[in-house]
Ligand binder design. Structure first.
Ligand code: HEM
Length: 505
């Protein structure tokens, strides 16, 4: 009894000391935020679990300003001028403990990937051999593969949804087509089969959703991961993506056969070809490494592209004037099918729409967390944050900055990306540069999104194609979609009626 009492009193004394320390002594005491967040990460874990953290963080920054304390050792920052410092090319602010929650456990061994690793050395080694394939030039070599998916998608739209006229669940079909089948085509030279099936295959979509839910929530208190998915005795909670691994391994085995046996068109390269060219160039680039690279393409590249596409269609269809202006621009350009990425680059209104969709609904909706190096960080207002503190910026918060984007930053208005009547060329360039510099859609610095150009190419081509060929209308223009923030900010509930357009030429 006496022993238990001692433990109890020691716990109470320790807890009270911890609370007093956080309130009166901690170097982060001058940063305001939710009261409970000073003492525990469970506050933010619960907020992320509720699924709309981007809204919470926007509200907190409105209340407390440019720096908000979201955890005992975590500050959220919103000043766009800090992007270049925190997400520098040098990479001196390394990724936080949030990211390795994304590692997988295979036969008891923890395996990192280029997205989740905290180590800049490991990251450089992983990225360097393949980086050139992700430049816009590299991606454009795969453009015919994107066209194959679009052609199949058009056929399905015509035969399933135009005639007979049936409501199209655009949110789902963009995921099947432009996300999973497309990334499958350019990665393995073959679709995953989502379009053909019109639904999930081997639980891949469900696995992806579960894995993101786990990453987003457990990442708020990363030590929990050691008790859950990384627990060596009985791992709990994280999806294994067995079906995608299997698909990747099968494609690799097939591709290793002599060309005559595979019947592969060798003139059209895909990412599997690119990765295999690297095999053996370094002792560590073996078949496992190739599967690792294939997996990154699949896991990072599908959902994200679908999210931006959904945002484009949802926001454009909400305002008929935007549809009319976009279609007038597309008609005037006299585009031919398949629409080339190059031909979409002379369409300023299309470009304004894509930039605005990325701004208003960035695909990633949590802090891009980094650890401050030993020398610490001094904010413009003179407040100092010591080395070792985790900081981060949320694209949803930064993209709402009224100093950069204007008083109506909360609205979807593509025109903000175009030169205004009362604006000189120079003023427009300066305003546009400030908007581009504050853009965190694809992250920034040495850990900027590797697959950005793949998504950009897909998005421009599919948006131009669908608005050129079809008249789309929301079934209920007053109804809001459903949004769920689990790191990726996924949407559902975009039901549309679709008709072939009578084109003006
Ligand atoms: C619209 C589509 C996409 C969006 C919005 C997006 C967004 C992002 C963001 C915000 C980051 C930075 C994460 C951080 O700093 O914490 C990132 C990193 C990354 N993305 Fe994307 N992404 C997209 C498409 C893709 C595609 C298609 C691929 C691959 C084919 C890809 C592969 C990666 C990889 C490998 C990283 C980690 C980069 C690194 O650490 O060096 N992404 N992405």
């Amino acid at each position: 009894m006496g022993f238990l009492f001692k433990i109890w009193t020691s716990s109470v004394v320790l807890s009270i000391s911890y609370i007093i320390w956080q309130i009166y002594v901690s170097p982060l005491r001058k940063f305001q935020g939710p009261f409970l967040a000073k003492f525990t990460n469970f506050w933010r874990l619960m907020d992320v679990a509720a699924g709309r953290t981007e809204l919470t963080q926007k509200a907190l920054h409105r209340q407390y300003g440019v720096a908000v304390r979201l955890g005992p050792n975590l500050i959220s920052l919103s000043d766009p001028a800090l992007i270049k410092k925190i997400y520098s090319i040098k990479g001196d602010f390394i990724k936080s403990d949030f990211y390795p929650v994304n590692d997988v456990l295979a036969n008891g061994v923890r395996i990192a990937n280029m997205f989740g690793t905290k180590s800049n050395e490991y990251h450089n080694a992983q990225v360097k051999p393949i980086q050139k394939y992700y430049t816009m030039n590299g991606v454009m070599q795969c453009e015919p593969l994107v066209d194959r998916t679009t052609e199949r998608f058009i056929h399905i739209l015509d035969t399933k949804f135009v005639k007979p006229s049936t409501v199209l669940k655009l949110d789902d079909w963009l995921l099947y087509s432009d996300a999973w089948d497309n990334i499958g085509e350019i990665t393995y030279g073959a679709p995953m089969g989502f379009l053909e099936k019109g639904g999930d295959i081997s639980g891949i979509l469900q696995d992806a959703d579960n894995s993101l839910d786990y990453f987003a929530i457990v990442g708020q208190a990363p030590w929990l991961d050691n008790l859950l998915a990384k627990n060596p005795i009985y791992p709990i909670g994280q999806a294994s993506f067995g079906a995608v691994v299997q698909f990747s391994v099968q494609r690799l085995i097939e591709r290793m056969k002599p060309q005559a046996a595979t019947g592969k068109d060798t003139s059209q390269k895909d990412y599997l070809d690119y990765f295999m060219e690297k095999m053996g160039t370094e002792p560590w680039i073996n078949d496992q490494q190739v599967v690792g690279w294939l997996m990154v393409n699949m896991m990072a590249g599908a959902d994200t592209t679908a999210i931006i596409l959904r945002a484009v269609f949802y926001y454009v269809l909400k305002q008929k004037r935007i549809v009319r202006r976009l279609q007038a621009e597309l008609d005037a350009a006299r585009l031919t099918l398949p629409i080339s990425y190059k031909s979409t680059q002379n369409l300023p209104y299309l470009s304004a729409i894509v930039l605005e969709a990325c701004r208003v609904h960035p695909g990633v909706g949590l802090l891009l967390e980094r650890t401050i190096p030993a020398e610490g960080l001094t904010l413009d207002d003179g407040r100092y944050i010591p080395g070792g503190t985790t900081v981060g910026m949320n694209a949803w918060v930064v993209h709402g900055d009224q100093n950069i984007y204007g008083q109506d930053a909360e609205c979807f208005r593509p025109e903000r990306w175009l030169q205004q009547e009362d604006e000189s060329e120079g003023e427009f360039e300066a305003r546009r540069k400030a908007m581009r510099d504050a853009d965190l859609t694809f992250g920034a610095g040495n850990r900027v999104c590797l697959g950005k150009n793949i998504s950009i190419l897909e998005i421009y081509k599919i948006v131009a194609t669908l608005f050129l060929l079809y008249d789309l209308e929301l079934v209920d223009a007053k109804k809001d979609w459903h949004v769920q923030n689990s790191w990726f900010v996924r949407q559902s509930g975009i039901d549309v009626n679709i008709k072939r357009r009578e084109r003006a030429f």
